[in-house]
Structure formats: structure tokens, C-alpha cells
Design a protein around this ligand. Sequence first.
Ligand code: GTP
Ligand code: MG
Length: 316
Amino acid sequence: MAKEKSVKEIEDLPGVGPTTAEKLRTAGFDTLDRIATAVPADLSELTGMSMDAAKKAVDAAKQATTLEFSMATEVYEKRKALGRISTGASGLDEMLGGGVETSGITEVYGKFASGKTQLGFQLTVNAQLPIGSGGLDGSVLFIDTEGTFRPERIESIAKASNLDPKEVLNKILVIRAANSDQQILAIERADKTIKEHNVKLIVVDSLMSLFRAEYPGRGALGERQQKLNAHIHKLQSLADTYSLAVYITNQVMDNPAILFGDPTTPVGGNIVAHAATTRLYMRKSKEEKRIIRLVDSPSMPEAEAVIKITPNGIRD
Ligand code: GTP
Ligand code: MG
């Protein structure tokens, strides 16, 4: 019987030649671990491999990866040590288990003017507060895809938190991404900046607007989802590697399949839905009031919190 070749790289997987390997990497499946945990149907959809070949590749990747078990107590200690950024509203913090969590992606979706960007500004200021006072004493990487970053608004929010507005602005690295390639590159090349500046929060406002504009129609959907998948995996890996928080805003559409109740659905499909650790749905209420629903969380029950967008920022 022929001895099986030991699998060390993606190219060593059965049925995976250089072209398929390249496609897998482009779609964010850049390690054996990632392929081992992938759903074969996703691999097949993203690379054009047959279902059979995808299954075989996943099986081989599973066999090649080694697993280390951790004691539940260790996991518990790690989770308790997760940093959190206060949202400015204690009710919302409580609903989130203490604020926006590090090492994960928090997504807020909602209609225009629901307050997604405003919450992003508040978190941008609060991430700079001292540890123990609602912050992480870090700086912020702000990817602005819609041209809605407002330093003057940051200034008011900072003043209201008794912080020096100039110092706060100096700790925000803003990138105005004009197209999705710039958005992707900003994150691809972020490692050095994150280390040098002690970045503790990455804001992407918004995740999907450029992708939606550049890949219209069903024909472009496959390519769009491939790029999006890789982008969002990179965000998750930065969150893990540097114990930082990722806050992304997302647009919505009306899902015609929902006949009763609120048809508002976030865009981006399953790729975004699976990647977001915590999903929040924000909607307008009376005047400055906003209702935020916790739609998906690994540790907290579904709940709602009411916040206000005040001149000083987000409050109860
Ligand atoms: P889109 O990006 O259009 O999808 O909306 P969004 O969800 O990002 O909304 P955004 O966060 O921009 O919220 C807009 C709302 O915030 C406005 O309708 C105002 O009610 C409120 N707002 C914006 N700027 C200020 C401000 O300087 N002071 C106060 N008090 N409220 C503000
Ligand atoms: Mg906005």
C-alpha cells in the first residue's frame, strides 16, 4: 500500500493544485485549521471544486491538524480576562455582559440614521479611557467607507468624558477607503500599526457599502463573498492576535421572505452572519431614543436596551 504523503501545506491536500490553493487563500482559507473547520459546500461554492473533492480536502485537513485540549477552568479564566469597552450607556453595557468584547467582532445593523456611526464614535472615545474605567487605554483604527467620520463630533464626546480632545484625536488612525480594495488592504496591512500604536479597537463603518456598490447583481456575488470572507477572517484574526475589539456597522434590506413581523435583515449573507460574534439590531424610537436588540451572542440572552443619542454622546 502506498504510504500517504504527510500534509503540511494546503497544496498537500488531495485534489488541491496550485490554482485551487490560490483560490482557497483568496477566499480566506489560508491555513489547514481553517480548511479543517470549513463546511465543504462553502469551499465548493467559493472555489468551484466539486463537492466530493471539497469533502476529501476537509477530511484530509482534519487529519493533518493536531488539537490541544484546554481545561474548562482555563477557558473560563480567559473569558473573564477579556477586555471590554463601555458603550456609554449602562443598560446596553449590561446587556452585552459589560460592554463591547475584545477578541471578537461586534456588528450593529440598522436603517439610516439609526445611530450606528454615533455608537462607533462613542466607542472610539471610550476605548481610550483607562482600563477599569470603561476603556482599554488604547488607540483606534477607524476605517471610514462612507465619508461620515466627524472629528468635531469626537471632540464633543471626548470633552463630555473629561478627556483632552486633541489627545483623543491623536489616537485615532483614520483611513477613508474609496473602494473595497483599499478597505481590504487597510486591514491586510494593519498588523504593524496595531503593534506600534497599541490599537485596541478597529471600527469598520460600514462593512458592506463598497462591496455592494462594486459587485452588483447575482453574477458578481461569488467573487464578492470570496473577498468578503477573507476580509472578515482577517478582522477576526486581528481581534484574536491582539486582543482587540472589532466594531462593524452594517446596512439592511427588507427580506421579502419574511411576511409577518419586521422584515429588516442585515446584508452580507451567511458569511457576515457567521463571522459576527455579537449581532445587534438598532432602530429609531422617539426623538433621540434608540432601541438596540441583542440578536446573537455566544454568552448573553436575547434582550433589548434603550439608549439616547445626546449632545454628549451615547447615554442611557
Ligand atoms: P447611516 O450611516 O446613514 O446608515 O446611519 P447611521 O445608523 O450611521 O446613523 P448615525 O449614527 O449617523 O445617526 C444619525 C443620528 O444621530 C441623527 O439622526 C441624529 O439624531 C443623531 N446625531 C448625529 N450627530 C449628532 C450630534 O452631533 N449631536 C446629537 N445630539 N445627535 C446627533
Ligand atoms: Mg453611518
